[in-house]
Write a protein that binds this ligand. Structure first.
Ligand code: NAD
Length: 419
């Protein structure tokens, strides 16, 4: 029987193994393992029918050793403290591996936002912001979008926080609308970064992006933008999914038409129809005949059982934590190359960093500059990770962790332990 999946246990297991492989002294393990602060908040919200519902929310600040805490906010019915602790830990590692001066944090509310009206969602977001206000701030902890949150929700957080401070504070969130100080290129940055990672791993193996068959699980911010950009670059997107269903077309899906259909937030792939497409299950999507699989939905999708059945040659992790430690072992044994989440989906936080730098300097950069800087930052990190994987004869996941952990420990060593 498969062990019950716990994302926090999963990340700690990988941390420990990476420290062994990288011969990293474990004197800092307990520090890196535990978040610096984990806050649980209870949020009473007046519903449209006059009743009051109390929602549970979290903000976990894993580390600010290398810079202010940084990480997105997730709205999901299955969100819990251990998931947010794992996501916060991944943020610390992600910012370290791509070398931006941030630590790691994450937030979440246990709610299915599809069951709320827009007015209820706004009140919930503002109440959550009020509850975490003492611990966030431009130089303290900077939230951003994640699953089921977007630039509109960031605008509500920014406004609530600014009201409480009595002044505009654009740098308190990233991924906000352009009109409020958002960065050009931020909306698509995570998906663009997934494409950059895909191109880098293919180039390493002397392969072109054009003509590659790609399956993408999740067609939200990350998966949708990755699909659009890969399609523009001549890749063949053979399968894509959302929470309702997956669709498949052997000769490639018409991505612009699907994106157009999904512009309406109520639209689901289960109702999408076009010539040559078949509706398949999410499991079938993961196992379909493709060269590259991009999981871009949630954690725990590629476990031991699924890993045995995959037909792809590459996995590029758009989502955080889509592969379990047992899944990883099978993939390695089968020779499937995996570009790990903390590297592959770092485009979002890199451009968030650029957004924050623009806010602090009161500057606006054009999109070409942002995209070029993103590509440079990711390419440098990719080279470091590949070099470490060759040196330590390990997977790209282990190598990325080793590179990241060394940077965090080095910064901690330089500072010493307070007091
Ligand atoms: P999103 O809410 O925009 O999209 C999520 C997508 O996954 C939707 O298409 C949804 O229908 C689909 N989905 C949800 N549950 C599913 C299920 N059980 N099976 C299949 N599909 C399902 O979220 P997002 O921002 O695109 O985030 C996706 C992943 O990428 C998450 O793991 C997130 O932590 C990670 N990530 C996001 C960002 C970012 O900038 N938004 C940055 C780094 C990593």
């Amino acid at each position: 029987m498969l062990k019950k999946y716990d994302p926090y246990e999963n990340v700690i297991e990988v941390l420990s193994e990476a420290m062994n492989i990288g011969n990293i002294n474990k004197h800092m393990f307990e520090i890196i393992k535990n978040p610096q602060r984990a806050l649980t908040v209870y949020l009473p919200v007046k519903m449209d029918d006059g009743s009051v519902q109390v929602f549970e929310g979290y903000r976990v600040q894993h580390s600010n050793i290398r810079g202010p805490f940084k990480g997105g906010i997730r709205y999901h019915q299955d969100c819990d403290l251990n998931e947010v602790k794992a996501l916060a830990t991944w943020m610390t590692l992600k910012c370290a591996v791509v070398d931006i001066a941030y630590g790691g944090a994450k937030g979440g509310i246990q709610v299915d936002p599809r069951t709320l009206s827009e007015a209820e969602l706004c009140r919930l977001t503002r109440r959550y912001t009020y509850a975490i206000e003492p611990i966030i701030g431009t130089n303290k902890d900077i939230p951003a979008p994640d699953v089921n949150t977007n630039s509109k929700i960031m605008a509500w957080i920014l406004d609530t926080y600014s009201m409480l401070q009595g002044k505009p504070c654009p740098g308190v969130v990233t991924g906000k609308p352009l009109e409020l100080g958002g960065s050009k290129g931020r909306e698509a940055a995570t998906g663009r970064g997934v494409v950059i990672s895909t191109e880098l791993i293919l180039k390493k193996d002397n392969k072109a992006t054009e003509g590659q068959k790609v399956a993408i699980q999740g067609v939200g911010n990350v998966g949708g933008n990755a699909a659009r950009i890969l399609h523009e670059k001549g890749a063949k997107i053979v399968a894509i999914s959302d929470v309702s269903a997956a669709i498949y077309a052997e000769d490639g899906l018409d991505i612009p038409s699907i994106m157009d259909y999904l512009k309406d937030p109520q639209s689901l792939l289960v109702h999408y129809d076009a010539q040559g497409i078949t509706h398949i299950t999410n499991e079938e999507l993961l196992q379909c005949n493709c060269d590259i699989l991009i999981p871009a939905a949630l954690e725990n999708q590629i476990n031991e059982e699924v890993a045995k059945k995959l037909q792809c040659s590459y996995i590029v992790e758009g989502a955080n934590g889509p592969t379990t430690t047992a899944g990883d072992k099978i993939l390695e044994a089968r020779g499937i190359t995996l570009v790990p989440d903390i590297l592959a989906n770092s485009g979002g936080v890199i451009v968030s960093y650029f957004e924050w730098v623009q806010n602090i300097q009161v500057l606006t950069w054009d999109e070409d500059k942002v995209n070029e800087m993103l590509e440079n930052q990711m390419s440098k990190a990719f080279i470091d990770v590949v070099a470490e994987s060759e040196k330590s004869a390990c997977s790209l996941r282990m190598a990325a962790y080793i590179v990241a952990i060394r940077k965090v420990i080095h910064a901690q060593d330089v500072k010493g332990i307070f007091p």
